[in-house]
Design a protein around this ligand. Structure first.
Ligand SMILES: Cc1ncc(COP(=O)(O)O)c(C=O)c1O
Length: 1010
């Protein structure tokens, strides 16, 4: 690369613009009035011109008297000659022709088919004015966070443009631009003095020099071609039809030139880094999308991040220069902070790490190729068989009972293993350590170990594994060469008093100066028992590697390191199954109808209280698990179930105490006459059985249900489920015995506010009419607090009136308490209490077993007895000893930990916090619910209540990134359902509110953008 650099071998002057000859290119000074005049005189348009920002050219949006803008008037920078402009216009036409699905700001043509272009005089001399196609939708730029699919769409556009321009040649491409990364080192050198803060200036110079050197290593292998070179968020336009804000439009071909093809992508990626919350790994969807359309070679993948860094450096210095020469160009001045943010992010992770992350994401060979160093044992005399392995991963048994949250737990666990006779205890290289996890963290913690920790049970000597050289030595640390690697050994006495200790013997090697040769077997240090030693291997020229790194970048960091296990005689860490591989396998054996949360779900293998823990060692706040009211992995449930499993587990036709005690306890929770309990295994079964009981008891086969409900998947429970979110054909595919009434939603239903009282009358009328038609309903089934609508309370008096009507015609009232019941509402244990009614049949499930499959139907003896006429009831595992014990323990803990009270206290606090958010975020239409059963309903307009499902989905994905699991519900999927384990505390509730606040603030703006 450098051999043809203009510095050393001045290239012939380009025919077109030469940045190095002109340096500053202030935008042409044309006012909106001038622009209006130009539009009239040159193009015969009567329009109002509105200035649009630009850096080098000047652009105006042309508005006619009425209606949408007709075109963009582009006044080219006088530095650009007609051949260059011709090249740009042709390239735009080419991309438009190659990709009709993209909208491209091509030059409009007149009736003769000629481009609408004219040379017009200005105070700065004659300039070229063109009329360009106006693309409504608005650019992607702005402070908001870019969701992965938007980033992917950006990369896909860059890939398509790259493919379209691959063979384009034109004399107007002979130009030297400051944005061409082939000149980036010189641009930085020439302009860096505009960065006036010394620290920033030094940082830019150093980063650019390092990136230039990395690029140099691969530049020979980089293909060149015509590139747009400015496919940034500023120049990619959102499709006005896309509710997701996805780009489909391209503007501004002003930086068209010939350069490295991969620079097209690098420019695009750099603009991603400007957005809120973006960090280097957020560019990967764009890289993958580009690669899918225009595959990157290994060299190009290696060049990509250095190019991003160079682009960032060029942006910073050029932005400063532009602001200096063109101080009244507001566009250039306001861009400065964004440019600095791009730079900060581009250098926030070493380039070598990002290059390996990118290669890993594309399945390209990671450079350098991994190698395992060999040598004599580092810890002399320590037999591998005497080393116990300490599994600190999410799946490690030692992490049970929340042990991972205890300070000093690693040392204590190691001490316990040593006390049991191990000579030493070792951790695993490359393992995500749950002990490094933090709860309520918006950023993933650094959990992945880049070395091995070794606790010594007896004094030991460290010896050089190979011939080599001492690189550095200081108290508690030796760094030496080890083949291609540096072996970094550091130690301290373990903080645990339980560890055996012996006085330290001085390390003879500590007198050896750095740089001294070492022979294999040379003594490096003598360590006392109780020492915690860290062994790490990194490539000789790699940057320093932290002991723990964040999972998003682990593939990159690990590529710079090697597993030191071999130096202890231990086998290297084996490959683990990635979440993506596991998901693929799941897809192969699951039907597509069995959905999973999230497109790219984390692999969750542990839960603790209100946290869900991934195999990356990330603890997510769990806001959705109403099946675990006590919190995940509650020790009392675990102990009770394990004890019962050791003793007996069978079916309830046998005679044992727990099933009796459990049914007594359940019945006691309900008002008279509900005293008879059927135990099943799920909510669907409970609803199915409830319907069967009602139909059997009444002899009436018709059932009335609420629209928008979900009651289960079995034949009968599905028949009464009409939520279109679960089944788009739900209403049209009803069996004839199911009759639905309006969803009595006072917020968004047909009757709102005080009018909602009318729902009951309508439902009563429907029930009466059914009876009048000779088909009186055997049952009315509904949730008693409307969960599926988004935790909406039914209108006051609704159930009282409808129950009365159903009963008047001989039918029974079924209350589905599967979501709302069991204390979650805080003020009421059962949802029907809120309605001041007593149902005839109650269905319960979900919460009952804290995740163990358990369901129940509770009714009166009179109703239950009628089942006799239908034969026999038996459920193999319903009410099994284990299920009964689980159910009893859940009730005990609910009581002992006052979780219903907690739902009142923390739920009330959470609701207040969420309501306060509604004052700041217009998207929040309402906060529904009670206790810890809440719904945040998101609407685009508080008057029309237009639902915001795309925004809700984007929020849920973003919240996951920020450490929160929350999901949409409701027929429009526009309600965040909030039903966390009832043990959630205030800090967690506050974290949720703060995270939602942040995600809403950074959400892609929708609506009338241009
Ligand atoms: C209100 C309601 N009823 C019934 C069911 C079905 O319960 P299960 O999934 O345990 O079969 C559900 C499940 O989401 C529910 O929300």
């Amino acid at each position: 690369m450098s051999h043809e650099h203009p510095h050393e071998h001045p290239a012939p002057r380009p025919a077109g613009v030469d940045f190095f000859a002109r340096k500053a290119l202030p935008a042409p000074r044309v006012t909106a009035e001038d622009a209006g005049r130009i539009a009239a005189e040159a193009f015969g348009l009567t329009v109002r011109a509105e200035s649009l920002g630009s850096q080098q050219d000047t652009n105006f949006l042309l508005h006619p008297d009425a209606g949408a803008p007709v075109a963009v008037l582009k006044i080219a920078n006088p530095a650009f000659g007609p051949t260059e402009i011709e090249a740009q216009d042709t390239a735009a036409d080419l991309v438009a022709a190659a990709h009709p699905e993209l909208r491209v700001a091509t030059v409009l043509r007149d009736q003769a088919g000629d481009r609408r272009s004219a040379t017009v005089p200005t105070t700065d001399g004659p300039v070229t004015a063109r009329l360009l196609r106006y693309l409504p939708g608005g650019a992607l730029s702005g402070p908001h966070h870019l969701p992965p699919r938007t980033v992917a769409a950006m990369g896909a556009i860059a890939g398509r443009v790259s493919a379209a321009l691959r063979d384009f040649r034109h004399p107007g491409l002979d130009r030297v631009l400051q944005w061409d990364p082939q000149h980036a080192d010189r641009v930085v050198a020439d302009l860096v003095h505009h960065v006036t803060e010394p620290e920033r200036r030094t940082a830019v110079e150093a980063a650019a020099a390092a990136a230039w050197a990395e690029l140099d290593a691969v530049a020979e292998g980089l293909p060149r071609q015509t590139v747009h070179l400015d496919l940034t968020d500023d120049n990619l336009v959102r499709s006005p039809d896309s509710l997701l804000g996805l780009p489909d439009g391209i503007i501004d071909f002003g930086d068209l030139t010939t350069s490295w093809a991969v620079a097209e992508l690098a420019v695009c990626l750099s603009s991603v880094l400007r957005h809120a919350g973006a960090e280097p790994h957020h560019v990967l969807p764009a890289v993958r999308a580009f690669h899918a359309l225009r595959p990157l070679s290994a060299d190009e993948a290696a060049a990509l991040w250095p190019l991003v860094v160079l682009r960032a450096a060029a942006l910073v210095v050029s932005g400063r220069q532009q602001a200096a020469v063109d101080g009244d160009n507001a566009y250039a001045v306001t861009a400065l902070e964004g440019e600095w943010r791009i730079f900060e992010q581009a250098v926030s992770v070493p380039s070598a790490v990002m290059s390996a992350v990118i290669a890993d994401a594309l399945g390209l060979p990671v450079r350098p190729a991994p190698s395992l160093p060999v040598g004599r044992p580092v810890v002399a005399g320590l037999a591998p068989a005497g080393i116990a392995l300490l599994d600190l991963s999410t799946e490690g048994d030692a992490m049970d009972h929340g042990a991972w949250l205890e300070p000093g737990i690693e040392d204590r666990l190691a001490a316990a293993l040593l006390a049991r006779g191990s000579a030493a205890v070792a951790t695993r290289y490359g393992q995500s350590r749950l002990t490094a996890a933090t709860t309520l963290a918006a950023e993933s913690p650094a959990t992945v170990a880049t070395g091995i920790d070794l606790w010594l049970g007896a004094p030991a000597e460290l010896r050089a594994p190979r011939d080599g050289e001492l690189v550095a030595i200081s108290p508690g640390r030796v760094v030496l060469t080890c083949g291609l690697h540096l072996l970094d050994l550091s130690w301290a006495l373990s903080a645990t008093p339980d560890l055996p200790t012996a006085p330290a013997t001085p390390a003879p090697a500590s007198d050896t100066p750095a740089g001294s040769p070492l022979n294999a077997g040379d003594l490096l240090a003598s360590l006392p028992a109780g020492t915690r030693l860290r062994l790490a291997l990194r490539r000789r020229r790699s940057p320093e590697v932290p002991a723990l790194v964040r999972p998003e970048y682990a593939a990159g960091w690990l590529a710079l390191t090697a597993d030191p296990a071999g130096l202890l005689g231990l086998p290297a860490t084996g490959a683990t199954t990635s979440p993506a591989e596991l998901l693929h396998r799941r897809g192969a054996s699951f039907a597509t109808v069995q959905e999973h949360y999230y497109d790219e779900p984390p692999r969750i293998e542990r839960g603790w209280r209100h946290h869900l823990v991934s195999t990356d060692g990330r603890a997510y706040l769990d806001m959705v698990n109403n099946v675990t009211p006590l919190g995940h992995a509650h020790p009392r449930v675990e102990r009770a179930v394990a004890r019962q499993l050791r003793r007996l587990n069978t079916n309830s036709r046998f005679h044992y105490a727990s099933v009796v005690e459990f049914t007594e306890r359940l019945a006691a929770l309900l008002p008279a006459p509900l005293d008879t309990v059927f135990l099943v295994n799920s909510g669907s079964e409970a609803v199915d059985l409830a319907l069967r009981l009602a139909i059997g008891a009444t002899g009436h086969h018709d059932v009335v249900a609420l629209r928008e409900a979900y009651h289960g998947w079995t034949y009968a429970s599905d028949a009464v489920s009409t939520s279109i979110a679960d089944n788009p054909n739900a209403l049209s595919s009803r069996p004839s015995w199911v009759h639905t009434v309006d969803s009595p939603n006072p917020y968004r239903g047909r009757l709102r506010g005080t009018d909602a009282a009318g729902y009951a009358a309508d439902a009563v009328r429907a029930v009466d009419e059914l009876a009048a038609s000779g088909r009186p309903a055997g049952a009315f089934v509904s949730e008693s607090f409307y969960g599926n609508a988004g935790a909406v309370a039914l209108p006051d008096g609704y159930l009282r009136q409808v129950y009365a009507a159903v009963r008047r015609h001989g039918g029974l009232a079924i209350a589905d308490e599967i979501q709302a019941g069991y204390g979650r509402l805080g003020t009421w244990f059962w949802g029907f209490e809120q309605q001041d009614v007593v149902p005839d049949i109650v269905t319960v499930a979900k919460a009952m077993g804290n995740g163990h499959p358990l369901g129940a139907v509770i009714t009166s003896r009179a109703v239950a007895d009628r089942y006799r006429d239908q034969g026999y009831f038996f459920s193999s595992t319903g009410g099994s000893p284990v299920s009964s014990v689980a159910g009893l323990t859940v009730l005990d803990v609910l009581r002992d930990e006052d979780l219903q009270g907690n739902a009142v206290r923390v739920g009330g606090h959470l609701r207040d916090g969420l309501r306060a958010l509604a004052d700041r975020h217009a998207l929040i239409g309402a906060v529904h619910g009670s206790g810890l059963y809440l719904g945040v309903e998101l609407v685009r307009d508080r008057d029309t209540l237009e639902p915001a499902p795309e925004e809700t989905a984007e929020l849920c994905d973003r919240m996951l990134e920020l450490g929160v699991v929350v999901q949409p519900t409701g027929d429009h999927l526009n309600v965040l359902k909030i039903k966390p384990p009832l043990c959630i505390d205030r800090p967690a509730a506050d974290f949720f509110t703060a995270t939602l606040d942040r995600a809403l603030t950074e959400l892609t703006p929708r609506g009338p953008a241009r």
